[in-house]
Design a protein around this ligand. Structure first.
Ligand code: GAL
Length: 372
């Protein structure tokens, strides 16, 4: 009898050790409590052998597209199983007048580690409460530990008073739109340079909406974001402590209306994946390559291949994750938004495959890191 029990226990132990894990793009992804992961528009920090996933904590109903709680953090050592680490950055109480007051729009949070100050620095797209999407600001919060709590330190528009590296004479001389003139994100009545949106925002700071961070091997960090009414991407160098801009920035893909930029580096080349501008609705992704963060960037077209490629497999990019200890392993991370019930938004993680100097993404119902 003892032998039988012992054999059964051994079998159970063996089965639990050999349990296979998979990524299942678009499916419910339970955390260690069995609850669907709540970290939308997210990004990943790798620190001391642990991956930390930060993202927007959404709630049920259309109110869930505004920040009711804050930024949620999860940790993992294998990328399949995620432990709930709680709220890393909490919104400020209603009525407090804080820039990150409950009900503001706080999107696409990203965290990087600063070796000079030994602090964890979080950046996010911030729309102060009640301003729709017209604020177009960047928010910064800082913590001593990766999981938080993060303290909000400031929000601002990028590079006030500075022209970009690739400014043209027309930006300095051409009239700018009057302050009352309204533009919508997806399209403009004329190209951004005819309107001189760059000149319009030079003094007060450029607009910054969908955003990402990138830290290069030399420790320099960059903020990349949709600017000029979402018509043009900007990439800005950050200060050595990663909490501010230094006035050095460049305009990329002028008038191409891109959002959801995510940047990564492979074999000395820099890559970007981006989306078009259709709000929560999916569209065809774009990709680009360069030899340096400030470019010159060359567009490579839609990296997605196969069925539903023109909809980025019903997702929008939020991050590209280099898998640690794995040569040439990069994961595309995207959101399948659910604007009517944002908490039910799903995650689409897919392997990136390289073809010469460009890359492709193909749909997989189920896959594991072994695929890479
Ligand atoms: C998307 C953007 C999201 C969110 C949404 C609001 O295009 O990527 O982060 O801002 O628009 O409509």
């Amino acid at each position: 009898m003892i032998k039988i029990i012992y054999s059964i226990l051994c079998c159970l132990f063996f089965i639990s050790c050999t349990k296979e894990y998979y990524f299942q793009p678009g499916e419910v992804w339970p955390d260690n409590h069995g609850v669907h992961i709540n970290a939308h528009g997210g990004g990943i920090l790798y620190d001391n052998g642990v991956y930390y996933w930060f993202g927007e904590h959404k709630v049920e109903g259309s109110i869930g597209n505004t920040a009711q709680v804050g930024v949620h953090c999860y940790s993992s050592t294998d990328l399949y199983k995620w432990k709930d680490e709680g709220i890393a950055l909490s919104v400020a109480p209603e009525g407090s007048g804080s820039d990150i007051e409950k009900g503001c729009v706080l999107e696409r949070p990203k965290v990087i580690y600063n070796a000079n100050t030994r602090k964890y620095i979080m950046w996010f797209h911030l729309e102060p409460k009640g301003m729709g999407y017209s604020g177009a600001k960047s928010g910064v919060a800082v913590s001593e530990k990766p999981t938080g709590p993060y303290q909000f330190i400031h929000s601002f528009r990028p590079n006030a008073g500075h022209w970009p590296m690739n400014v043209l004479d027309i930006h300095i001389t051409r009239p700018v739109p009057s302050s009352g003139e309204q533009f919508s994100g997806g399209s403009l009545p004329a190209p951004p340079d005819s309107l001189n949106l760059l000149g319009r925002d030079m003094k007060g700071g450029q607009m910054a909406r969908d955003m990402n961070l990138f830290v290069d091997d030399d420790g320099k960090a960059y903020h990349i974001y949709s600017s000029e009414e979402n018509s043009t991407l900007h990439i800005s160098l950050l200060s050595d402590d990663y909490t501010r801009y230094v006035g050095k920035y460049k305009r990329l893909f002028v008038g191409r209306h891109m959002e959801a930029a995510a940047m990564f580096k492979r074999k000395g080349k820099y890559y970007l994946i981006m989306s078009g501008c259709t709000g929560w609705e999916p569209n065809a992704a774009r990709s680009a390559v360069a030899d340096a963060p400030f470019g010159e960037w060359k567009e490579l077209g839609n990296p997605c291949k196969g069925k539903d490629a023109e909809w980025t497999f019903y997702s929008q990019s939020c991050y590209v994750l280099p898998v640690q200890g794995c040569n040439d392993c990069y994961i595309y991370m995207g959101d399948r938004w659910c604007p009517k019930n944002p908490i039910d938004g799903r995650y689409v993680w897919l392997p990136i495959q390289f073809e010469g100097d460009s890359f492709i993404i193909e749909w997989k119902d189920r896959w594991s890191l072994e695929t890479l």
